[in-house]
Design a protein around this ligand. Sequence first.
Ligand code: NDP
Length: 298
Amino acid sequence: MSHRPTAFLGLGAIGAPMAARLAGVGGLVVWNRTRARAEQFAKAHGARLAATPRDAAAAADVVITCLPTSREVEAILDGPDGLLAGLTRGALLLDCTSGDPATSRRIAARLAERGIAFADAPVSGGTNGAEAGTLTIMVGADDETFARSRPLLEHMGSRVEHVGPVGAGHALKAVNNALLAVNILAVGEGLAGLVKAGVPARTALAVLNVSSGRSFVSETLVPERVLTGAWPRTFRLALLDKDVRIACDLLREVGVDGPLLDRSGELLSEARATLGESADYLEAIRLIESRAGVELRG
Ligand code: NDP
């Protein structure tokens, strides 16, 4: 077992708190497209700053990526400053992006030709879970790569599950988030209807949450973020939209009809087009509110 540092690329809303969990563990090298973010992180957490993805990869045995989609992960592999120019035989690329299975299989095949291991390891639990190190991490990899990845992932997650071969982690994460999206839309629509029918949202939730219609959305997200009017920005709606699309593509690929997920994807894409790329995922409920002419806050 070597003691070379771990490299972390992508210090976004979830990447930064995940990387922070690794800062105390051993050496950490960070890279971020917007350099100022990486500088700030390096200063705050005592990490080393890499000038390029290549330099980050050259310094480490394990490289972790956490970018918006698999497209960006595939794109930073190539070029003179890309990951492939720095990764050495025997290294491991752990992709914590909520990506897509097909691209990950393609990336894994390219890396395997060079003797580099790959695992998709997307996470669930939000930015709070990342800060606390209590994420659920869904790993797609062969047995050996999973065994090698696990100790590192356990610094970021309390539940690290091997769910299948490369791509399986991304598939499961996409379906998880599609279920989250369906719940958000359904709770938003149902509550808007109830408020218009004269039942205050807070009363409705108090009852729903001790009844069979309850969910994480009704028990936690809506009370903490919508009823309070806090609307924190923790996870971009654009990213949830991407996740639902991945889930819909997966169902199509395996020949399963998914009208409910397809419709949820359409609604989220509409919300994304209306609210923009930096809107938070729960703001999909804002659109339901404004169309219904009600506010759930209160
Ligand atoms: P953000 O949009 O907050 O951050 C994205 C990160 O990717 C930033 O570091 C950004 O750099 C970098 N980036 C964007 N485009 C490129 C590019 N072309 N080349 C290199 N780097 C790039 O996203 P999150 O951190 O929220 O999400 C990251 C992944 O984690 C996504 O797949 C998301 O679906 C998933 N996820 C997010 C959760 C959350 O609660 N936020 C929860 C679970 C999963 P820059 O600073 O330059 O913009």
